[in-house]
Design a protein around this ligand. Structure first.
Ligand SMILES: [Zn+2]
Ligand SMILES: [Zn+2]
Length: 166
């Protein structure tokens, strides 16, 4: 496949994920007799158009800067609803404000937090799945999920990592 058709294919997958996330959210609101307002769907869409980690206040400011008419309260309570239906994951990294990220259709990963500049770096290591399977077997548990966050100082490595990822 050419670069161009690869990009188109990726965009189509992203669109499908977004449509499915909207469908799940719609069903969740309906099932819980919550109001299905355009603001709530706009917030979900905005989150799914980005892959970054964000905090609630940052999302609110971002929405306002993009001329969405949403209140701070709407952003905060919509985020909670999205966490409740597993469309958004909430993280508490150290003492910082809670950070959020989209979760539906997104790869499994863990985080490395930089204590120097606050960067959040994602990594994926298949051995973690092996640990989950093995511990579940040994202890006769059905493991649901896990949380693993590494903390460290980068001494400038964050900038280099950002370049590599681009
Ligand atoms: Zn750093
Ligand atoms: Zn992440």
């Amino acid at each position: 496949m050419s670069d161009h058709s690869q990009r188109i294919a990726r965009e189509e997958v992203e669109e499908q994920i977004l449509r499915e996330a909207l469908r799940i959210f719609n069903a969740h609101l309906e099932a819980n007799q919550l109001r299905r307002t355009p603001e709530r769907f706009a917030i979900l869409e905005e989150i799914y158009r980005n892959t970054e980690h964000f905090d609630a206040e940052g999302l609110y400011i971002h929405m306002k800067n993009n001329n969405y008419r949403v209140s701070r309260a709407t952003v905060y309570n919509t985020l909670e609803l999205l966490v409740n239906c597993d469309l958004v994951r909430k993280h508490q990294f150290g003492k910082n404000q809670a950070q959020y990220e989209r979760s539906y259709g997104y790869k499994q990963h863990d985080h490395l937090i930089c204590l120097d500049c606050g960067s959040v770096i994602e990594f994926c290591d298949p051995r973690i799945q092996q640990i989950k399977d093995m511990m579940g077997d040994i202890l006769k548990f059905k493991i649901h999920h896990h949380s693993l966050t590494l903390y460290g100082e980068c001494n400038g490595a964050c900038q280099k990592t950002a370049q590599v990822l681009k």
